[in-house]
Design a protein around this ligand. Structure first.
Ligand SMILES: [Zn+2]
Length: 281
Protein backbone atom coordinates (compact mmCIF):
# COMPACT_ATOMS: atom_id res chain seq x y z
CA UNK A 1 0.00 0.00 0.00
CA UNK A 2 2.78 2.37 0.97
CA UNK A 3 4.63 1.39 -2.17
CA UNK A 4 1.64 2.20 -4.30
CA UNK A 5 1.29 5.70 -2.93
CA UNK A 6 5.01 6.30 -3.40
CA UNK A 7 4.63 5.35 -7.05
CA UNK A 8 1.73 7.74 -7.41
CA UNK A 9 3.80 10.42 -5.79
CA UNK A 10 6.62 9.74 -8.23
CA UNK A 11 4.25 9.89 -11.20
CA UNK A 12 2.92 13.21 -10.01
CA UNK A 13 6.43 14.63 -9.68
CA UNK A 14 7.35 13.37 -13.12
CA UNK A 15 4.20 14.89 -14.63
CA UNK A 16 4.90 18.18 -12.90
CA UNK A 17 8.45 18.20 -14.21
CA UNK A 18 7.30 17.43 -17.72
CA UNK A 19 4.79 20.25 -17.51
CA UNK A 20 7.46 22.62 -16.26
CA UNK A 21 9.77 21.58 -19.08
CA UNK A 22 7.01 22.14 -21.63
CA UNK A 23 6.26 25.58 -20.19
CA UNK A 24 9.93 26.44 -20.25
CA UNK A 25 10.16 25.38 -23.90
CA UNK A 26 7.09 27.44 -24.77
CA UNK A 27 8.50 30.47 -22.98
CA UNK A 28 11.76 30.01 -24.88
CA UNK A 29 9.87 29.86 -28.17
CA UNK A 30 7.96 33.04 -27.31
CA UNK A 31 11.21 34.80 -26.45
CA UNK A 32 12.78 33.61 -29.72
CA UNK A 33 9.81 34.92 -31.68
CA UNK A 34 10.16 38.32 -29.99
CA UNK A 35 13.90 38.40 -30.63
CA UNK A 36 13.28 37.59 -34.29
CA UNK A 37 10.64 40.31 -34.49
CA UNK A 38 13.03 42.74 -32.78
CA UNK A 39 15.80 41.98 -35.26
CA UNK A 40 13.40 42.32 -38.20
CA UNK A 41 12.20 45.65 -36.82
CA UNK A 42 15.73 46.92 -36.31
CA UNK A 43 16.70 45.89 -39.85
CA UNK A 44 13.63 47.65 -41.22
CA UNK A 45 14.48 50.83 -39.33
CA UNK A 46 18.08 50.65 -40.57
CA UNK A 47 16.90 50.20 -44.17
CA UNK A 48 14.49 53.13 -43.91
CA UNK A 49 17.09 55.39 -42.26
CA UNK A 50 19.71 54.27 -44.78
CA UNK A 51 17.42 55.02 -47.70
CA UNK A 52 16.58 58.41 -46.24
CA UNK A 53 20.18 59.48 -45.80
CA UNK A 54 21.26 57.77 -49.02
CA UNK A 55 18.70 59.63 -51.08
CA UNK A 56 19.46 62.84 -49.27
CA UNK A 57 23.16 62.33 -49.93
CA UNK A 58 22.59 61.69 -53.62
CA UNK A 59 20.32 64.73 -53.90
CA UNK A 60 22.95 66.72 -52.04
CA UNK A 61 25.46 65.98 -54.81
CA UNK A 62 23.18 67.57 -57.37
CA UNK A 63 22.29 70.41 -55.06
CA UNK A 64 25.92 71.40 -54.52
CA UNK A 65 25.68 74.45 -56.80
CA UNK A 66 22.88 75.87 -54.65
CA UNK A 67 25.24 76.40 -51.72
CA UNK A 68 25.17 80.04 -50.65
CA UNK A 69 28.05 82.21 -51.83
CA UNK A 70 30.59 83.03 -49.09
CA UNK A 71 30.60 86.61 -50.42
CA UNK A 72 26.84 86.87 -50.84
CA UNK A 73 27.10 87.00 -54.64
CA UNK A 74 24.02 86.25 -56.77
CA UNK A 75 23.75 82.72 -58.13
CA UNK A 76 24.39 83.73 -61.76
CA UNK A 77 28.04 84.19 -60.79
CA UNK A 78 30.26 81.08 -60.64
CA UNK A 79 32.84 81.37 -57.90
CA UNK A 80 36.12 79.71 -58.87
CA UNK A 81 38.61 81.61 -56.77
CA UNK A 82 42.29 81.39 -57.57
CA UNK A 83 44.77 79.90 -55.13
CA UNK A 84 46.47 82.66 -53.17
CA UNK A 85 49.87 83.28 -54.83
CA UNK A 86 52.12 86.27 -55.62
CA UNK A 87 51.32 86.35 -59.37
CA UNK A 88 47.53 86.42 -59.58
CA UNK A 89 45.93 86.54 -56.13
CA UNK A 90 48.08 88.24 -53.52
CA UNK A 91 45.40 87.72 -50.86
CA UNK A 92 45.53 91.42 -49.95
CA UNK A 93 42.33 93.19 -48.85
CA UNK A 94 41.43 96.24 -50.98
CA UNK A 95 43.10 99.05 -49.00
CA UNK A 96 40.78 101.70 -50.42
CA UNK A 97 37.58 99.69 -50.42
CA UNK A 98 35.57 99.54 -53.66
CA UNK A 99 35.47 103.00 -55.23
CA UNK A 100 35.01 102.00 -58.83
CA UNK A 101 34.71 99.29 -61.47
CA UNK A 102 37.22 98.93 -64.32
CA UNK A 103 36.17 97.23 -67.57
CA UNK A 104 38.69 95.27 -69.68
CA UNK A 105 38.82 93.01 -72.73
CA UNK A 106 40.99 89.89 -72.65
CA UNK A 107 42.75 90.72 -75.97
CA UNK A 108 42.74 87.03 -76.82
CA UNK A 109 39.97 86.47 -79.42
CA UNK A 110 37.86 83.36 -79.00
CA UNK A 111 39.20 82.40 -75.57
CA UNK A 112 36.59 81.46 -72.97
CA UNK A 113 36.08 82.70 -69.43
CA UNK A 114 37.33 79.34 -68.15
CA UNK A 115 40.47 79.55 -70.36
CA UNK A 116 41.30 82.95 -68.92
CA UNK A 117 40.57 81.91 -65.35
CA UNK A 118 42.81 78.85 -65.75
CA UNK A 119 45.54 81.01 -67.26
CA UNK A 120 45.48 83.24 -64.15
CA UNK A 121 45.59 80.16 -61.93
CA UNK A 122 48.54 78.78 -63.92
CA UNK A 123 50.61 81.90 -63.20
CA UNK A 124 51.20 80.63 -59.67
CA UNK A 125 53.46 77.95 -61.19
CA UNK A 126 54.82 79.66 -64.31
CA UNK A 127 55.38 83.06 -62.70
CA UNK A 128 55.37 84.47 -66.26
CA UNK A 129 53.74 87.72 -65.27
CA UNK A 130 51.41 89.26 -62.71
CA UNK A 131 47.84 89.32 -63.97
CA UNK A 132 44.29 88.59 -62.87
CA UNK A 133 40.85 90.07 -62.56
CA UNK A 134 38.07 89.97 -60.00
CA UNK A 135 35.62 88.75 -62.67
CA UNK A 136 35.71 87.31 -66.19
CA UNK A 137 32.70 87.30 -68.49
CA UNK A 138 32.68 84.63 -71.21
CA UNK A 139 31.37 84.56 -74.76
CA UNK A 140 28.10 82.94 -73.62
CA UNK A 141 27.63 85.53 -70.90
CA UNK A 142 28.87 83.23 -68.14
CA UNK A 143 30.49 85.06 -65.23
CA UNK A 144 33.38 83.61 -63.23
CA UNK A 145 34.60 85.24 -60.02
CA UNK A 146 38.37 84.65 -59.72
CA UNK A 147 39.40 87.05 -56.98
CA UNK A 148 36.97 87.89 -54.11
CA UNK A 149 35.28 91.29 -54.08
CA UNK A 150 37.28 92.43 -51.05
CA UNK A 151 40.69 91.53 -52.46
CA UNK A 152 43.20 93.11 -54.82
CA UNK A 153 43.47 91.69 -58.35
CA UNK A 154 46.24 92.53 -60.80
CA UNK A 155 44.36 94.11 -63.69
CA UNK A 156 44.20 97.89 -63.62
CA UNK A 157 47.68 99.09 -62.68
CA UNK A 158 47.53 101.95 -60.16
CA UNK A 159 43.74 101.49 -59.75
CA UNK A 160 44.09 97.94 -58.39
CA UNK A 161 43.91 99.09 -54.78
CA UNK A 162 40.48 100.72 -54.92
CA UNK A 163 38.58 99.15 -57.84
CA UNK A 164 37.12 95.83 -58.93
CA UNK A 165 38.02 94.59 -62.39
CA UNK A 166 35.94 92.82 -65.02
CA UNK A 167 37.62 91.11 -67.98
CA UNK A 168 35.40 90.39 -70.98
CA UNK A 169 35.94 87.75 -73.66
CA UNK A 170 35.34 88.62 -77.31
CA UNK A 171 35.07 86.55 -80.50
CA UNK A 172 37.42 88.50 -82.77
CA UNK A 173 40.08 91.17 -83.17
CA UNK A 174 37.61 94.07 -83.14
CA UNK A 175 37.17 93.45 -79.42
CA UNK A 176 33.41 93.89 -79.72
CA UNK A 177 31.53 91.80 -77.16
CA UNK A 178 28.82 89.29 -78.03
CA UNK A 179 25.32 90.29 -77.00
CA UNK A 180 25.41 87.71 -74.18
CA UNK A 181 28.72 89.07 -72.86
CA UNK A 182 27.46 92.64 -73.08
CA UNK A 183 24.26 91.84 -71.20
CA UNK A 184 26.14 90.06 -68.44
CA UNK A 185 28.53 93.01 -68.24
CA UNK A 186 25.64 95.44 -67.71
CA UNK A 187 24.07 93.10 -65.14
CA UNK A 188 27.26 92.49 -63.16
CA UNK A 189 28.39 96.13 -63.24
CA UNK A 190 24.96 97.30 -62.06
CA UNK A 191 25.03 94.70 -59.29
CA UNK A 192 28.42 96.00 -58.10
CA UNK A 193 27.28 99.64 -58.32
CA UNK A 194 24.22 98.84 -56.24
CA UNK A 195 26.18 96.83 -53.70
CA UNK A 196 28.98 99.35 -53.21
CA UNK A 197 26.96 102.56 -53.59
CA UNK A 198 28.56 103.54 -56.92
CA UNK A 199 27.16 105.39 -59.94
CA UNK A 200 27.85 104.84 -63.64
CA UNK A 201 30.43 107.66 -63.42
CA UNK A 202 32.51 105.35 -61.20
CA UNK A 203 32.63 102.78 -63.99
CA UNK A 204 35.69 103.32 -66.15
CA UNK A 205 37.73 101.69 -68.89
CA UNK A 206 41.20 100.35 -68.25
CA UNK A 207 42.24 103.00 -70.77
CA UNK A 208 40.89 105.76 -68.48
CA UNK A 209 43.07 104.78 -65.53
CA UNK A 210 46.12 103.90 -67.61
CA UNK A 211 46.04 105.53 -71.07
CA UNK A 212 49.64 104.71 -71.82
CA UNK A 213 49.13 101.01 -71.06
CA UNK A 214 46.88 99.90 -73.89
CA UNK A 215 43.62 100.55 -75.68
CA UNK A 216 41.54 98.39 -73.35
CA UNK A 217 38.73 97.49 -73.81
CA UNK A 218 39.52 98.08 -77.48
CA UNK A 219 35.99 98.41 -78.86
CA UNK A 220 34.91 100.86 -76.15
CA UNK A 221 38.09 102.91 -76.64
CA UNK A 222 37.48 103.12 -80.38
CA UNK A 223 33.73 103.70 -80.01
CA UNK A 224 33.22 106.39 -77.43
CA UNK A 225 29.45 106.47 -78.18
CA UNK A 226 29.11 102.75 -77.45
CA UNK A 227 30.93 103.30 -74.16
CA UNK A 228 28.61 106.13 -73.16
CA UNK A 229 25.57 104.04 -74.11
CA UNK A 230 26.91 101.21 -71.96
CA UNK A 231 27.37 103.49 -68.98
CA UNK A 232 23.85 104.77 -69.35
CA UNK A 233 22.50 101.22 -69.42
CA UNK A 234 24.47 100.47 -66.28
CA UNK A 235 22.93 103.49 -64.54
CA UNK A 236 19.44 102.42 -65.56
CA UNK A 237 20.02 98.84 -64.39
CA UNK A 238 21.49 100.12 -61.11
CA UNK A 239 18.50 102.39 -60.53
CA UNK A 240 16.18 99.46 -61.26
CA UNK A 241 18.00 97.31 -58.68
CA UNK A 242 17.74 100.09 -56.11
CA UNK A 243 14.04 100.53 -56.80
CA UNK A 244 13.60 96.78 -56.36
CA UNK A 245 15.43 96.83 -53.03
CA UNK A 246 13.38 99.81 -51.87
CA UNK A 247 10.17 98.02 -52.84
CA UNK A 248 11.28 94.92 -50.94
CA UNK A 249 12.04 96.96 -47.87
CA UNK A 250 8.65 98.58 -48.08
CA UNK A 251 7.54 95.06 -48.85
CA UNK A 252 5.23 94.07 -45.99
CA UNK A 253 2.45 96.30 -47.29
CA UNK A 254 3.03 95.56 -50.96
CA UNK A 255 3.18 91.81 -50.66
CA UNK A 256 0.16 91.41 -48.45
CA UNK A 257 -1.60 93.93 -50.68
CA UNK A 258 -1.53 91.66 -53.70
CA UNK A 259 -3.62 88.74 -52.44
CA UNK A 260 -6.19 91.27 -51.27
CA UNK A 261 -6.59 92.24 -54.93
CA UNK A 262 -5.58 95.86 -54.55
CA UNK A 263 -2.01 95.63 -55.78
CA UNK A 264 -2.10 99.06 -57.40
CA UNK A 265 -3.49 100.80 -54.36
CA UNK A 266 -1.05 99.10 -52.01
CA UNK A 267 1.85 100.10 -54.21
CA UNK A 268 0.87 103.72 -54.22
CA UNK A 269 0.31 103.78 -50.50
CA UNK A 270 3.71 102.08 -50.22
CA UNK A 271 5.31 105.31 -49.09
CA UNK A 272 3.19 106.05 -46.03
CA UNK A 273 3.83 102.40 -45.06
CA UNK A 274 7.33 103.54 -44.08
CA UNK A 275 6.13 103.44 -40.51
CA UNK A 276 5.82 99.67 -40.61
CA UNK A 277 9.24 99.51 -42.21
CA UNK A 278 10.73 101.34 -39.26
CA UNK A 279 9.02 98.98 -36.88
CA UNK A 280 10.55 95.98 -38.67
CA UNK A 281 14.05 97.37 -38.23
ZN1 LIG B 1 42.72 95.93 -69.48
Amino acid sequence: MAENSRKQELDKTLAARRLAARRKKRRKRVIQVWIRRGIAGAVLILVVVGLFFGIRGILGLFRKEAEPSPYGLPDYIQEEYLTINPYSRPGVKLPGGVQGVVVHYVANPGSTAQNNRDYFEGLKNSGDTSASSNFIIGLEGEIIACVPIDEVAYASNSANDYTLSIECCHPDETGQFTEATYESLVRLTAYLCDRFGLESGDVVRHYDVSPSQKACPLYFVEHEDAWEAFRQEVQEATDALRAETAAEENGGAEETGEPAGEGGGAEETGEPAEGSNGAEE
